[in-house]
Design a protein around this ligand. Structure first.
Ligand code: HMG
Ligand code: MG
Length: 286
């Protein structure tokens, strides 16, 4: 039996949150349907953040319930920055939510208008209430290698942020190279540092691909024992509050990498290609 690698598809959230064009609800749902058909166990569907901050995802209340109803065997996760976001997500039937902070103060301030410590305080009731509702919680740490405002980030700052999130009870930790600048050696140092917080095979790696090194970083992460990655079909994406951030690593490239070195992803590559073509067309349409 081949060893398995889990790839979560984050295109409907991270892929669409930074696009000038606002994709229609129907197109978002069609994109999600094609991704579900490709076999993703988990898809990040949208965000329950302030619609003033991310207007591209202001239709979360329309997208999430319809996605859940149409694809009952897929786990749809959503971003929530605070209790208000969690209540909106729960009202729509969310079974998994993600809180998000960073290893750098500059990005945390620009992205969620808080210090790192304030963000963790804000998440305490979110995690508690989510768990009471039987909802699991991912904790993202952004800027694990470099921050667009504060510059290079020491791996121990990433570990500290992971420890803070683990300390308030998040179920999983996701390490984000938000601006896509990491080299494989830098990613290796971050993984080695964070291995003291959670076993490496439980950590998730969330790569962006500004400098074309994301697949090499993923390869190194696999060698170090990581088995969980986020990808975005067609490599769309980026964060509106991270200047210079480009697309996420393309999910197609991650699937190809994993399969080429002997892991199984259970993703139907042709169906994924169709999803990637569809969303690229929807974003390019006049
Ligand atoms: P704030 O302005 O400080 O918040 O924003 P506030 O509490 O003062 O509220 C201001 C207004 O927003 C109020 O409305 C609130 O009700 C409303 P008003 O009275 O002015 O009409 N509000 C909300 N509305 C809907 N849903 C909510 C919500 N919360 C407040 N949940 C806040 C603070 C956190 C809300 C804001 O900064 C925000 O929404 N930020 C989100 C930014 C974002 O989504 N960034 C991208 C995701 S992170 C990312 O991409 C990185 C990642 O991919 C990993 C990686 O790559 O590294 C995950
Ligand atoms: Mg991202």
């Amino acid at each position: 039996m081949k060893q398995r690698v889990e790839i979560s598809e984050v295109g409907p959230r991270d892929g669409l949150q930074n696009e000038r064009r606002i994709v229609s609800v129907e197109d978002k749902l069609h994109f999600i349907a094609l991704l579900a058909r490709a076999g993703f166990g988990e898809i990040e569907a949208t965000s329950f953040v302030s619609p003033k901050w991310v207007p591209q995802l202001a239709d979360a209340e329309e997208v999430l319930p319809r996605a859940i109803a149409a694809h009952p065997s897929t786990l749809f996760s959503v971003l929530v920055p605070n209790e208000k976001g969690l209540e909106r997500a729960l009202a729509c039937g969310a079974r998994k939510v993600s809180v998000f902070t960073a290893a750098s103060e500059g990005f945390t301030r620009k992205n969620i208008n808080a210090t790192i410590a304030e963000s963790i305080e804000r998440f305490v009731p979110v995690v508690r209430r989510a768990h009471e509702a039987g909802v699991s919680v991912r904790g993202y740490v952004s800027c694990v290698v470099e921050c667009p405002y504060d510059g290079p980030i020491a791996p121990k700052m990433v570990r500290t942020a992971c420890e803070m999130l683990a300390g308030i009870g998040v179920d999983e930790l996701d390490l984000g190279d938000t601006i896509g600048v990491a080299s494989p050696d830098e990613i290796a140092r971050v993984i080695e540092e964070c291995a003291s917080v959670r076993p490496v095979h439980e950590l998730v790696l969330h790569l962006h691909d500004t400098h074309g090194r994301a697949v090499d970083c993923a390869r190194r992460a696999l060698e170090l024992g990581m088995r969980r990655f986020d990808g975005s079909a067609a490599g769309i994406g980026g964060c509106p509050y991270a200047p210079g951030s480009r697309g996420n690593v393309a999910t197609e490239a991650l699937v190809d990498l994993c399969e080429s070195v002997g892991y199984s992803t259970s993703i139907d590559r042709n169906a994924l290609g169709e999803a990637a073509r569809f969303i690229t067309g929807a974003l390019a349409a006049p």
